[in-house]
Design a protein around this ligand. Structure first.
Ligand SMILES: [Fe+2]
Ligand SMILES: [Fe+2]
Length: 134
């Protein structure tokens, strides 16, 4: 379970990147975006592909199975978390598509939703998930 070492660290790192994403979106809305802002949108796309999606897959194969096996409450909790993963995979696709097309309108829209949903998801994993394994 080597990846578990990265579980909390990934969460912390992604929360910091989401704050940065939020700042870039505000710049974009205010017409203050520079070419570097767009490079940062692309870099967050790389983080989605190389860090966040593999992190989700690892959760689905490891910690989610363990929580689900603890009983009905654990199973219900994980069902909701898996629904959030599905919603987030769709948002990741939309985000990556918007970055690829440099479609700033959809980038603003999808980033706002992605930021909210992913932040909420990570906080639940940090605050609520561990008690199932105590
Ligand atoms: Fe997750
Ligand atoms: Fe997670």
């Amino acid at each position: 379970m080597d990846w578990m070492k990265n579980y909390h660290e990934d969460h912390k790192a992604v929360l910091i990147l989401l704050a940065k994403l939020e700042g870039n979106i505000l710049d974009l809305k205010a017409g203050l975006a520079t070419p570097n802002t767009f490079v940062e949108f692309q870099e967050f796309g790389d983080v989605i592909r190389n860090v966040i999606i593999p992190h989700f897959k690892n959760e689905e194969e490891d910690i989610y199975v363990r929580v689900s096996d603890t009983g009905i409450k654990g199973r219900e909790f994980i069902d909701k978390m898996l629904q959030e993963h599905e919603a987030l995979y769709a948002l990741f696709d939309n985000y990556l598509e918007a970055v690829k097309k440099k479609d700033t309108g959809s980038l603003v829209e999808v980033s706002g939703t992605l930021d909210q949903v992913l932040r909420h998801h990570i906080i639940k994993e940090e605050d609520d998930l561990p008690e199932f394994l105590e």
